[in-house]
Design a protein around this ligand. Structure first.
Ligand SMILES: Cc1cc2nc3c(=O)[nH]c(=O)nc-3n(C[C@H](O)[C@H](O)[C@H](O)COP(=O)(O)O)c2cc1C
Length: 174
C-alpha cells in the first residue's frame, strides 16, 4: 500500500505524527509538512519520505504516482476550504485534488471547535463526493484512561476506515 499523509496547520499536529508512527512497516508512506521544523527523524517509529508543502513538483503531486490513499491529519479549515473549491496551491492541497480526480480514498480530519456553517458546508460537499470526513472525535466506549489511549483510539478508527489492520483500541464487543 502507498499512502500520503499531509499534516496542515491546525491544532493536533501530534495526531498526524502519531498516525504516521503507528502505520505498519509494509506501507510506503509519503509525508507532507508545512513546518520546516519537521525532519525525517521527527517520525519516531517508521521510515518516511518527507516532502515540503511548497514542493509542488514532488513525485506525489502527479496522478501517475498512483497512491492507494491520501489523508490530511489534522486538516485546517483553510485547507478544507481549498480542497472543497478545487484549489491546489501547495503540495497538500494538490495531493487532495489528485485523490479527487483519480477517485482514490481521501480522508480529511478537520480540526476546529465549533465548526462554522462554511466549514460544515465544505465538509458536506466533499462527503457527497466520497471523501471520508473524520474529525478527531473522542470516543468513550473503548475504556480509555489516558490521552495517549484516546489518541490511539482515534488513530485506530482512521486506520479502520482506510482498511489498515490494527489493534490500537479495544473494540466494542457488546
Ligand atoms: C496556534 C494555532 C492554532 C491553530 N489551530 C487551528 C485549528 O485547530 N484549526 C484550524 O482550522 N486552523 C487553526 N489555525 C489557523 C491555521 O494555522 C491557518 O488558517 C493557516 O493559514 C492554515 O494553513 P494551512 O491550511 O496551509 O496549513 C491555528 C493557528 C495557530 C497559530
Amino acid at each position: 500500500m502507498k499512502l500520503i499523509v499531509a499534516i496542515t496547520g491546525a491544532s493536533g499536529v501530534a495526531l498526524g505524527k502519531k498516525f504516521v508512527d503507528c502505520l505498519p512497516e509494509d506501507i510506503e508512506v509519503h509525508v507532507i509538512v508545512s513546518d520546516n521544523a519537521f525532519t525525517v527523524e521527527s517520525f519516531e517509529n517508521r521510515k518516511v519520505t518527507l516532502h515540503a508543502s511548497e514542493d509542488i513538483a514532488a513525485s506525489v503531486s502527479s496522478g501517475s504516482f498512483r497512491v492507494d490513499a491520501t489523508a490530511i491529519i489534522p486538516c485546517s479549515m483553510n485547507t478544507l476550504a481549498k480542497v472543497a473549491c478545487g484549489i491546489s496551491d501547495n503540495l497538500a492541497t494538490r495531493v487532495a485534488a489528485v485523490a479527487l480526480k483519480e477517485q482514490k480514498k481521501l480522508l480529511l480530519a478537520p480540526r476546529e471547535l465549533p465548526f462554522s456553517a462554511i466549514a460544515l458546508e465544505n465538509m458536506q460537499k466533499l462527503a457527497a463526493l466520497g471523501v471520508i470526513i473524520a474529525p478527531p472525535v473522542m470516543g468513550y466506549y473503548s475504556d480509555v484512561s489516558s490521552l495517549e489511549e484516546m489518541e490511539e483510539f482515534i488513530v485506530g478508527k482512521w486506520f479502520d476506515v482506510l482498511g489498515i489492520e490494527n489493534s490500537l483500541y479495544e473494540r466494542w464487543e457488546g
